[in-house]
Design a protein around this ligand. Structure first.
Ligand code: C5P
Length: 242
């Protein structure tokens, strides 16, 4: 098969031209970075696991009518996705204090938040993805107020659904990051979920022990990173019992 044209290479993924107009191929690498590139390494087998985990979760989201860019998995490391116009925001949803929120506000990690909190970060590597408010988003026209409303609704529905799904397999969904894109159908524009949903962009803690089962194992040098990703996949029923 002819090699596809590469359109974009990110830290953990590569995007290639898709077989049909309006499609792309998303390739999952084993590369991992943290602290906006300050730390980098390889998590062997991560790409294969994230491809499967993201496929599984996005198909589950389709079942409850949450639109995503996912079309189908092509092979171990690639999936076919819809081409979207990426909205330059990272939408973080938090249920439990951890990471940058715990640090910024001095709240101990693991404290359940009084309500779900949504935060926005401007996607810009050179600036280190700074946190922004609705005011910035409106002023700089990164997303129209109606788009942001749609993103919030989708983010909260995704959170409710994924919290339940993970709780059922003994995992606490602490927080996660979503990205959204625009697609046009005729004159109509829709906002859909893009990127991936995997232990790279979710904090997942074992509900009984609070053991971390996500990229924080890499960020904080906790070891057993591959094993943690595998365990998430196994609990979701994607990998056969060990
Ligand atoms: O670091 P912080 O606490 O702000 O991260 C919140 C959530 O967003 C975590 O689940 C983390 O994995 C995710 N995140 C991400 N990509 C970033 C920043 C955060 O996936 N660039």
């Amino acid at each position: 098969m002819a090699r596809r044209r590469q359109l974009y290479e990110g830290k953990a993924k590569v995007l290639f031209e898709g077989p049909e107009p309006g499609t792309l191929v998303q390739y999952f690498k084993d590369d991992a970075t943290a602290g906006n590139g300050a730390k980098s390494g390889v998590i062997t087998g991560k790409g294969v696991l994230n491809n499967r985990i993201s496929e599984y979760l996005m198909l589950k989201l389709h079942e409850i009518n949450i639109p995503t860019h996912f079309l189908r998995r092509l092979n171990m490391r690639e999936q076919l996705i819809r081409e979207v116009e990426i909205i330059p925001l990272e939408v973080v949803v938090r249920n439990v204090a951890a990471g940058s929120l715990a640090k910024r506000l001095g709240i101990p990690e693991g404290t359940r938040l009084p309500r779900t909190i949504i935060e926005y970060y401007y996607k810009n590597d050179a600036l280190g993805d700074p946190m922004v408010s609705e005011e910035h988003i409106a002023a700089f026209d990164w997303a129209a107020p109606q788009d942001l409303d749609d993103m919030n609704t989708l983010a909260l529905r995704t959170n409710d659904f994924l919290m339940g799904l993970f709780t059922a397999v003994g995992i606490t969904l602490v927080d996660f990051k979503l990205e959204f894109g625009r697609i046009w159908e005729g004159e109509e524009m829709h906002i859909i979920l893009a990127d991936e949903i995997s232990p790279d962009n979710c904090r997942l803690w074992d509900t009984k022990t609070n053991e971390k089962m996500d990229k924080d194992r890499f960020r904080r040098d906790l070891g057993r990173v591959e094993e943690a990703y595998q365990e998430v996949a196994r609990r979701l029923g994607i990998l056969p019992e060990a």
